[in-house]
Every structure is written in C-alpha cells, then in structure tokens.
Design a protein around this ligand. Structure first.
Ligand code: SER
Length: 970
C-alpha cells in the first residue's frame, strides 16, 4: 500500500520497496542472467582526462567498449555512484528547483560487451520493469531513435508494447554520448506517467511526450555502436598550447564503429524509488527524505511550509550527499578542476543555509547522516565520517570568513564606482561623498568587477542581486557572463593540463603492433628487447638519428613505468653485443619511463598463438614507453639490451616497501580510518598523504618509526602473489580508493604486518630497507596529513648530519654533547629573562611618557560641553602613542584626545574618542582633518584613528587649532 497522500506533504511514507531493496532487486535480476555484479567505481575517474566526474555506469567500461581492454566476463551489472555537476552533463543549477535533478545520484545499469544486443536488452528491461517491479503497462511509454526501425519492432513485437506507446525521437533525445569523444550510440528510453498531479505546469490532460514533469524517464538503453573521436587529437598536437586551445567541433569530430555492438543501460535509482514508493518527488523517497528532515530540524522549520524554503531544503539534502561522497572519494575544495566544482556545491549549500537562517557551519553535520542512510550499499562511508565532516566544516568556515571580506569589498567597489561617476561632475560634492547614498542610485556595477567578487571572494550572484536591490544599484549581467565564460575556458584548459601524462594519441595505433611485457620484477637488465615503436615530435617514425629526444617502446623491458606513486626508472639502452660480450655500444639514455596506454590485456593471446598464463597476465601492462635521448641512430625492429640504473631503482624499492610498512604502522598507531590519499616513491625519499583529522603527535611519530624499524629488523620476506581481486580483498589486502583494479591483482605482503594491492617494485626482505626515519609531518588540506621519510643511505646521511650538528654546537659552546641539554635549558632561561626585561623597558618608557603630562589640565578644554585634549609628546613610538591615547581616554572618562609626536622628521598623529561620543564624532575624520593641515593624510575607525603629517614646524599651532576643528564637527 502506498501512502494515502502521495503529495509532498506526506512526511512519513509507508514504503513498498526501499532504495536498497530496489538496488538489490535490480542487481539480483541481472546476476541471475549471467551478469557479473561489479562494484561502483570511484567518483573520480581513473586515467580519463576527458571526464570531470564519473557521470554514468558505463564510464568504468569505456576501454572495454573501445576494445582496448578485455575482461573475463562479457555481461556486467552495477549500481554506480555518479555526479553531474560540471562537464558535459551538468545539472547543478536545476538541483532543488525540480523534483528529480541531482548532483549526486546512483545509476543502475546492465552492460553487454559484444554479447547480447538490442533484443535481449529490451526484453530484460521490459520484464524487470513490468514483472519484477510491477509497474502497470498502461503508465509506460517508450522512445526510440528516429531511424531505429529495429528497436521499434522489438518493443512492439518481442516485448509486446502497444504501437501507439512507442515514439520516435531526434538525436537530441535519443542518441547518447559520454562526452565530446568516446563511445556513443542510439538509445531507447522507458518513461513513466505520474499522472496530472505531477505536472509542474498544471496540465490536466497533456499527452506524452510533454516536458511538464508528468512523464519521467526511468531507464535509458544505449545501443553502443560507435566511437566518436577527434581527427586532430588522433594525429597529435605539435605543442601543449595547441592541445589546450583546441575545441572540438563538427569539423574535427568523426564516428567509427566499435569493434562489437554493445549495450549500456542506466536506470536512475532515485526516480525508480519515487515511483515504487508512490512519490512524485525523488526528494520524498527514503534515499533523500531523512536528509530533508535533518536540514529542516537544524533550521527549526518543516518541509512543505514555504515553497522557497523547500527549494533550499532540497538543495541541502542533495548537496550533502554530493559533498559526503566526493570528499570520501578524495576530492578536496580547490580553485580549479574537480575541487572547484565541489567548492561551488558547498557554497551553493551555504547560501541556501543562510536563506534558511542557519548560522555557522551546518552542512558538515549532515554528512554523517548521509553515511548512515547509505551504509547498506557503501559501508566504507562509515570509516571516513570524521574526515569528511572535517573537510566540509573547514570549507564552510572558510566561506563564512571570505563572505565578510566579500561584503567589505562590495562596499569598496560601490564607493569606487560612485567616485568615478561623480568625478565626471567636478566640484559639486563634499569630500566625504561616498557616504552620500543618493549618488549611488542607478549606478551600474561593471560585470568584470562583479566577477572578481564572485571568483575571488566567492560572493554568489544571488547575494549581489539582493544587495543591489537594497542599495538601488544595477548589475552588468552580460559582462559578468562574459567573464564567467572566459573563466570556464581557463578552467577547461587547466583541466586538460591536470592529466599529467599527456601522450600523443599515436599510441592507439602502437597498441596494434603489440604490448610491452614488464620483466623488471625479477631483473634490472633485459636482453634482446625489440623496438616496437619510436615517437618523435608526437609522430610515429621508423628511425631517429643520434641526439634525438624521443619516446621508445620495447616488446619487453625491465624499466618500471611511473604508476602507483612510484617514479619511472632511468638507465641506458645498448645495441646488441657480440657473442662474447652481450652488451654493445651505448644506444640511448633513458630519462624517464611512462605508461601511455593503461589496461591489462587479461585474455591476451600472443602473436604466435600462445595464451598468456593466468599468473603472467598482470605483467601485460599495455605499453611502456621510455623517454630517451638517442646516442646512436635507432630503428624500429632494432634489438637492444636494456639496463636500469640500479642504485636508483634499489633506493626506490626500499622506499616503496617502507611506504607499505608506514601505511600499516599508521593504521596501528592512529586507527584504521587512516587511508592513503596519495604517495610519491622516488630514490631519495618517500612521501605519504593520508586521511586523518589532527596533526600526528611527536610521541605517535616516535611509535610509528619504532614499529616500522621493528619490521625492518625482523628481516621478513616480502611476498608477491597474483590473485583474483575478490580473493585479495577477502584476505584483507588494502585497496586504494580511486584506483582501478583489474580482476587479477598483485598483492604485496609482509607477513603479519602489511598486505596491499600494488604493482610496484619491492625489496625482497624488509631488512634491505636498512633504516627508516620520518623527516617531516604536516597538513596539506583539511583532513589530509603528509609525512615524508627516508630509508637506507639517506636515513644514515640524516642520522650522521644530525649527530655532526650536535657535535658542532657542543664545540661552539665549549661543552660536551652530553651537557648540551643542560646548556639548552640555560639558554631557554636567558631568553625568558630577556623577554621579561623587554616588557619592563616598555612599561618604563610609558611611565616616562606619562611624566610629560605635567601641564595636562591646561590642555583640556571644554568645547560645546565636550572635553577635548590636544597634546604634543616627545619621542614616542606608535604603540606607545596608542597606549597613551587609551590611558588618556580613561582619564577623561568622556572626551576627545588628539596626540602628536615627531619622529624621524615627520609628525605621527592619533585621534581617539570615548565610546559615548562615537554617535556624534568620528575619530577618523578628526585625524584626517588635522593631518590635512600638516600636509598629510589619515583615517580609521570611529573611535580611534591614526594619521601622519609632514609640516613639523606647524605642529604646535595646528594642535592649538584642534579645539576649533572638533568644535566645527559638533
Ligand atoms: N550511459 C547512459 C546514460 O547515462 C545509459 O547508462 O544515460
């Protein structure tokens, strides 16, 4: 039974199926039909610079659709976390204003990779919707791409949908693509009729397809057939600027067929939940309503009372989910890329919180609730609740602070603009014109400046509009939009730059020639390596002369390509040698090693027909490219000996294994919430970022170092195994979020201490690390700490350097190292007594200044019943002037104090009022008026202000004039 009142005012819906149950039903249905249920991938797409956030279930299968990657299953189903805010699919501005737009949502999908196609996809979808979920057929409509006769026939034939319920639509509605480039194809959608009550435009009897909100798309079936690509990108750009500036258009975009027709479907979980739970709005389902209630409770209101407040409550519910999931997946507020979008989401929420009169940070309090209601499907959220809350809270606080600055800047901007305007009409205004409001009337604030307010101080447009209305100003929206567009362009350009390893797309065709087998786990020298490809100036070439910078691909190599935080190897390539001496002339210097094409070819069959043994498949890491400078001419087909620079590699291996030990030790000492958030492993040091909300205390660091070094001393074997991902996770191996793993993974373990999924190179026993020493600890952003450490020779160097320094200090102070502690304590005491002496000197100086106050009474006059004191003092510093002004204000109890002193040939002035006079006088204006007579300027707060002047000789007479100056202002 559904709730008797399915409208938005039903606070306690009686559910038919919960969101979790719908998710489960969907996945179980496809699992029973031979689909592998695959976990959701991270919201941060791995290795795909074309995508800002994961925006569809198919993202994690992009390379499978393109034929660049194979899996050991050809059917899959998933419930995928998605964010559509920024990039091609962007719903941000609609969120909260409609019942079914979200930034964060979940997409249920089934996928076929060259297995079934249209017929089964349609059959499954219809059966699931009508039989399993029991939606009445008379409420369903279907759309097909206008040219897709086959799909139409399948819907009416096999599925039995009435012909008048199938509609043909154009490309805009029924042709789906992931982005400007990538897999795409015609699609077919199932829509549900929610009845006239759902019409947002009050339609009583509109027919399908009407955009009024009555008909809801619930499932999109994409018949993936094409890959859209850019011809310019494929040919390769000459420079990185050219790449950054390139915009796709119909001129450069082409379509090619995918290797095999495939299926990608997406059902919006929230929409389905609304329908199944008898709700018109997604926000009233069990997936979102508890969040609305939480927000309403904090704001002391309830949902359904005021339409404007409801919009804000929906925004808070939606944005709290996006914030919780994005931060969990490692996104942090920033000024560009993903972090910028997160910042926008958080600030939009803050603004709506303000509209609900919520004071101080509040959204962070909702992120725990998100974790709680989503924990069924995403239990990992519970592990990061504190970190997520800390990151969100810190951004909220930051925003509140920048809002104060923004309001200040707004006032300045209005004054500046008003002054420009009145300068055009000279001599009609007194000098304090900015305070005269009428001159602001009708003033238009330029878009460029407004954009700065938005961009630098985060002031949202709505707020600017509100302020402008209050103050009778106009805003240049067109100019603002222009600036915004320019900013977007910059963001897009910088986004492309984020993909650190940009490689010419020629690598797509190198794949066709073969792959690189990595044999560097066992050795650092490999013989008989064939040159598969040479890339110079972004183009494939057959030959390069000596002295060329180029990229070179071998069929097998011991060089490790940068990945998982471990830097790429460096070394040398040699020509083939003679029988006696396998190494010939030096052929090239390898400066770096990278992986331009990722993806393990899990089912790879070698050219000679042999099937790669399962345990070795992990070794086929797509292509490895060596960045070289050639020493001799080189040709494709040459056979070379590849030699890795072992001293660097061994140092890197020590640091990599030490990173794993450090990770395990951190979890032991600080808790299991510690999660790796990035690492760099290079020969000279290791750097490890991790989620943790406070600094690591000195005693904790000592304990962490002790634990790691204890493992080093045990000299345990470091073991590597290749196994199924599931098996690895079951045995407790730590997987990193944001990483994309294949089904077969490599697990690196130190018995009883550490077990991690890792493709890096490691020492064979922990004792090889020698010694481990932490060198730095700090914060890189809210909730993320960074540790740096050294091992082996570097750790010894560090130890020797510190010891040498202690001895040096001991020699300088003519003491033994052992006595140094006592010595340092003495120095501390001396410093303390120096600080006390300084304080005494300050107070003595003030007393001496007070001694100058002999003729004080004579200088106090009553001006229009206000006591005014104007006084010259000698040789005072600014800070003493301020203390003196305070002292005199207290003496007067009620009055005005103007003090002046001469220092370094200039006059320093201070004007101060007692609080009771601030409604009648302004210290800033008094200081300014006095300073002007001395050829200077100044200003400040209403109760105290400082100023400076040049005419020292005039000072005494100007001080006598102070009484008149103040009198004129009263
Ligand atoms: N990729 C399609 C979509 O996002 C179907 O999953 O709508």
């Amino acid at each position: 039974m559904s709730c008797s009142n399915p409208s938005r005012r039903c606070p306690n819906p009686r559910l038919k199926l919960t969101g979790s149950e719908i998710r489960k039903k969907f996945l179980d249905y496809f699992a029973a039909r031979g689909h592998r249920v695959v976990p959701s991938s991270s919201l941060v797409p791995v290795n795909d610079p074309t995508l800002l956030f994961t925006n569809a279930g198919m993202n994690q299968f992009k390379e499978v659709f393109l034929g660049l990657e194979q899996r050991d299953y050809s059917r899959a189903a998933s419930s995928q976390k998605c964010v559509r805010a920024g990039g091609k699919h962007n719903d941000l501005e609609n969120v909260g204003r409609t019942r079914r737009h979200h930034t964060f949502f979940e997409m249920l999908g089934n996928f076929s990779f060259g297995d079934y196609f249209k017929q089964d996809a349609i059959q499954y979808a219809w059966e699931l919707v009508t039989r399993e979920f029991g939606l009445p057929k008379e409420k369903l409509y279907v759309t097909v791409f206008r040219e897709d006769d086959e799909a139409e026939k399948l819907w009416t034939g096999t599925a039995g949908v009435a012909a008048d319920r199938v509609f043909r639509m154009d490309e805009a509605d029924n042709f789906w693509s992931m982005g400007d480039t990538g897999p795409c194809g015609p699609c077919s959608e199932i829509h549900y009729d929610q009845g006239p009550a759902a019409s947002e435009q009050g339609h009583a009897d509109c027919a399908f397809p009407c955009e009024c909100g009555r008909y809801v798309e619930i499932w999109n079936l994409v018949f993936m057939q094409f890959n859209r690509f850019c011809v310019k990108e494929r040919a390769g750009f000459k420079t990185s600027e050219e790449r950054a500036q390139h915009r796709h258009s119909s001129e450069c975009l082409r379509r090619e067929s995918l290797p095999q027709p495939s299926i990608d479907t997406g059902m919006g979980l929230e929409r389905m939940a609304a329908i199944v739970q008898g709700k018109i709005s997604n926000f009233e389902t069990d997936l979102l309503y508890p969040l609305i209630e939480r927000a309403a409770e904090m704001a002391g209101t309830s949902y359904g009372k005021k339409p404007a407040a409801d919009v804000s409550l929906r925004i808070l519910a939606d944005h709290s989910r996006a914030a919780a999931f994005l931060v969990h997946d490692g996104v942090h507020p920033a000024n560009e890329g993903r972090g910028y979008v997160l910042r926008k989401i958080l600030r939009r929420a803050a603004r709506h919180g303000k509209m609900l009169m919520l004071d101080g940070p509040f959204l962070y309090k909702m992120t725990g609730k998100v974790a709680e209601i989503m924990s069924d499907s995403y239990p990992e959220l519970l592990e990061s609740t504190q970190r997520v809350a800390a990151v969100v809270k810190s951004e909220e606080q930051r925003f509140a602070l920048s809002m104060d600055d923004a309001l200040k800047r707004w006032k300045e901007l209005v004054s500046e603009e008003a002054s420009q305007r009145v300068r055009a009409i000279p001599n009609i205004l007194p000098e304090d014109w900015p305070s005269l409001l009428p001159y602001k009337n009708g003033l238009i604030l330029p878009g460029e400046k407004l954009f700065q307010l938005y961009d630098t101080y985060g002031m949202p447009w709505d707020l600017m509009e509100e302020l402008a209305n209050e103050e009778g100003l106009k805003l240049d929206r067109a100019g603002f939009d222009e600036e915004m567009e320019r900013q977007r362009e910059r963001a897009r350009a910088s986004w492309k730059g984020v993909a650190k390893q940009i490689f010419p797309s020629v690598y797509g065709s190198v794949l066709a020639r073969g792959f690189t087998k990595f044999d560097g786990y066992q050795q650092t020298t490999s013989y008989d390596c064939e040159v598969l490809a040479l890339v110079a100036n972004s183009e494939l070439v057959d030959e390069i002369p000596a002295g060329t910078r180029a990229e070179l691909v071998l069929d097998h190599t011991p060089f490790y390509a940068e990945s998982g935080g471990q830097v790429g190897d460096t070394g040398l390539l040699f020509a083939e040698g003679t029988k006696e001496d396998q190494i010939g002339e030096e052929a090239a210097v390898v400066e770096d090693t990278q992986k331009p094409v990722s993806g393990v070819m899990a089912n790879r069959v070698l050219d000679d027909g042999t099937i790669v043994p399962e345990a070795d498949r992990i070794l086929f890491s797509g292509i490895i490219t060596h960045r070289i400078t050639s020493r001799a001419s080189l040709r494709v087909g040459d056979r070379l000996t590849a030699v890795v620079r072992t001293e660097n590699r061994h140092a890197t291996m020590r640091n990599h294994t030490a990173t794993h030990l450090l990770h395990a030790a951190l979890r032991e000492v600080l808790g299991t919430h510690v999660k790796q958030a990035g690492s760099v492993v290079e020969p000279s040091r290791l750097r490890f970022d991790f989620a943790h909300f406070t600094s690591v205390e000195e005693n904790e660091l000592v304990e962490i170092e002790r634990l790691v070094n204890a493992e080093v001393l045990k000299n345990s074997a470091v073991e590597t195994d290749v196994m199924d991902l599931e098996q690895a996770v079951e045995t407790g191996a730590m997987a990193l979020f944001g990483e994309k793993y294949q089904d077969k993974v490599r697990v690196v373990s130190v018995h009883g201490f550490s077990k991690e999924l890792c493709g890096g190179t490691h020492v064979s026993r922990t004792g090889d690390i020698g010694l481990f020493k932490i060198t730095a600890e700090g914060s890189i952003s809210a909730g993320v700490r960074r540790l740096e450490a050294v091992t082996g020779e570097k750790a010894l160097e560090q130890f020797q350097a510190v010891t040498a320094m202690v001895h040096w200090v001991a020699t300088v102070v003519k003491s033994s190292a052992a006595d140094l502690v006592e010595m340092v304590e003495k120095v501390e005491k001396l410093a303390e007594s120096e600080r006390n002496l300084e304080k005494q000197v300050e107070s003595l100086k003030l007393k001496m200044a007070q001694a100058q106050l002999t003729d004080l009474e004579a200088r106090i006059r009553s001006v229009k019943q206000v006591k005014v004191l104007s006084l010259r003092l000698e040789a005072l510093e600014r800070s003493q002037m301020r203390s003196m002004a305070d002292f005199l204000r207290q003496r007067l109890q009620s009055g005005v104090v103007v003090l002046a002193t001469v220092s370094e040939g200039k006059v320093a002035l201070i004007a101060a009022l007692t609080k009771d006079l601030t409604s009648r006088l302004h210290a800033g204006k008094i200081a300014q008026a006095v300073a002007r007579k001395l050829g200077g300027t100044g200003g400040g707060r209403p109760d105290i202000a400082e100023a400076g002047g040049k005419s020292v000789t005039e000072l005494d007479s100007v001080l006598d004039e102070v009484y008149d100056i103040v009198g004129a202002m009263l």
